[in-house]
Design a binder for this molecule. Structure first.
Ligand code: PXP
Length: 239
């Protein structure tokens, strides 16, 4: 059955707004796991705008399900990942000015860098996932790097406003899932997923893990994290 990976970056964003110590993403991760999340996802950005090195270090010791570290393929991040050893690293593109990750990796153009990075991480015993758009050429390139998983960037699906547009994006995702599985890659998905658009996506099957942050933390502000996580777990499992 598919799993929820709870992204707790936004808890850290609220903390950083005051530069203090609360709310703590470590506490949110523990509550999320108690409510049924089977993974905790954090993005350690170069500018440390939300998650801090301290969060990664403590979460490494406290997460009981699976720690998924999103990061750019830089020397600094590879060094940190090899030291901290999360169960999984998801490589993402990173631009300084963006509000959030804006698209998938260009694995075709950056094949050598990504292949080298995948090898170093896998040699360190870390599962590696590549965040890619639902594009067949990118999936084929991801397979060439030796990565274990792709995480399909669901942003275009989440932003599609009309049913025909959503349908078209779902078809692209479905094709990417089938190709990935055929060549032996596992499939995760994330970005922009919420309590409405998760239903049609989860119904197509083939996705092992959904990494979701914004919509769950936004709902948690109003109904509490326990209920927000439980509601999403139910939608994922019983779609
Ligand atoms: N997956 C990846 C690779 C991401 O970069 C993000 C955003 O940090 C997410 C999933 C979660 O996206 P959202 O916050 O829109 O649920």
């Amino acid at each position: 059955m598919a799993k929820l990976g709870l992204n707790v970056d936004h808890i850290a964003t609220v903390r950083q707004a005051r530069g203090g110590v609360e709310p703590d993403p470590v506490t949110a991760a523990a509550l999320g796991e108690l409510a049924g999340a089977e993974g905790i996802t954090i993005h350690l950005r170069e500018d440390r705008r939300h998650i801090q090195d301290r969060d990664l270090e403590i979460l490494r010791r406290t997460v009981k399900s699976k720690l998924n570290l999103e990061m750019a393929a830089t020397q600094e991040m590879v060094r940190i990942a090899l030291k901290v050893k999360p169960e999984q690293v998801t490589l993402v593109p990173e631009k300084r000015q963006e509000l959030t990750t804006e698209g998938g990796l260009d694995v075709i153009v950056n094949l050598k860098l990504i292949t080298d990075t995948v090898k170093r991480l896998r040699d360190g015993g870390i599962i590696v996932s590549l965040f890619v758009d639902p594009n067949q050429e990118q999936v084929k390139a991801a397979n060439k790097t030796g990565a274990d998983y792709i995480e399909i960037h669901t942003g275009a699906y989440a932003e599609a406003l009309t049913w025909p547009d959503q349908e078209r994006e779902l078809e692209a995702i479905d094709t990417a899932i089938k190709l990935a599985r055929k060549v032996g890659l596992g499939v995760n998905a994330g970005h922009g997923l919420n309590y409405i658009n998760i239903k049609a996506l989860a119904a197509i099957g083939g996705i092992e893990e959904y990494n979701i942050g914004h919509s769950i933390i936004a709902r948690a502000l109003l109904v509490g994290l326990d209920r927000a996580v439980k509601d999403m777990v139910e939608l994922i499992k019983y779609a």
